[in-house]
Design a protein around this ligand. Structure first.
Ligand SMILES: Nc1nc2c(ncn2[C@@H]2O[C@H](COP(=O)(O)OP(=O)(O)O)[C@@H](O)[C@H]2O)c(=O)[nH]1
Ligand SMILES: Nc1ncnc2c1ncn2[C@@H]1O[C@H](COP(=O)(O)OP(=O)(O)O)[C@@H](O)[C@H]1O
Length: 206
């Protein structure tokens, strides 16, 4: 039988839209996806754990990883680097397991160049006012950073045409249900494709 590779799912969208919230809920409810933990140079926030939320790196360490081509994609976002470890993603997909990335928009577009067969999901805010409220209410950003993040958000929203799916995060339950439905439907599609391959092989044998 043809060995099936895993599917790469990419959840992206502006900061504060709820990517982290949706991703955490998804992983509480589903054990079948492998989450790729990103590298970052940003400061650890209270409660975050190295190797769980991110792998925290210095600028020098991060730039070395870029130089060694160890990142599948990377982006500078509000003065910090963020990147996806290439080896983990490639090896996990090779094992036939599905990998889930939660990354910002520039990085997602780079992934699309390398993995056009990935499934790209854009999480969309109900409105820009609501997006600002969420960033402010989260309380992790200074006022200056909130403004920077909103400026980025406007640019990011313009990129949503490059995505396969758009999910509005008006309500977390609904958004999680939609992301799960997308994952399920992509599985069904791949099974159909695998069956077609099997049929071709069977026809050749007979
Ligand atoms: N390109 C890229 N973006 C990432 C990666 N990991 C996280 N991000 C994104 O970087 C942005 C900032 O992340 P973070 O500082 O944790 O803030 P938060 O997501 O707004 O809580 C978010 O849009 C993340 O989704 C990564 O590996 N690559
Ligand atoms: N559907 C939603 N309705 C209301 N608040 C939400 C919703 N989704 C997320 N939030 C809140 O918005 C803030 C930003 O969410 P977060 O997951 O950190 O966003 P991101 O990872 O995209 O930056 C958090 O305080 C979170 O609790």
């Amino acid at each position: 039988m043809v060995a099936e590779k895993g599917i790469l799912f990419i959840l992206s969208g502006p900061s504060g839209v709820g990517k982290g919230t949706v991703r955490k809920r998804l992983f509480e409810e589903s054990t079948e996806l492998q989450y790729s933990i990103s590298m970052t140079t940003r400061q650890k926030r209270p409660g975050e754990v190295d190797g769980v939320d991110y792998f925290y790196k210095t600028n020098e360490e991060f730039e070395r990883l870029i130089g060694q081509n160890q990142l599948l994609e990377h982006a500078k976002y509000v003065n910090n680097y963020y990147g996806t470890p290439r080896k983990y993603v490639e090896e996990t997909l090779e094992k036939g397991l599905d990998v889930f990335l939660e990354i910002e928009v520039q990085g997602a577009l780079q992934v699309k160049e390398n993995f056009p067969q990935g499934v790209f999901i854009f999480l969309f805010p109900p409105s820009l006012v609501e997006l600002k409220n969420r960033i402010v209410n989260r309380g992790t950003e200074s006022q200056e950073l909130v403004l920077n993040r909103l400026k980025e958000a406007r640019k990011e929203i313009e990129m949503m045409d490059a995505y396969d799916y758009v999910v509005v995060n008006d309500n977390v339950d609904h958004a999680v249900a939609k992301v799960k439905a997308i994952i399920q439907s992509e599985h069904l599609k791949r099974v159909r494709v695998a069956k077609q391959y099997k049929k071709i092989l069977e026809d050749e044998i007979h």
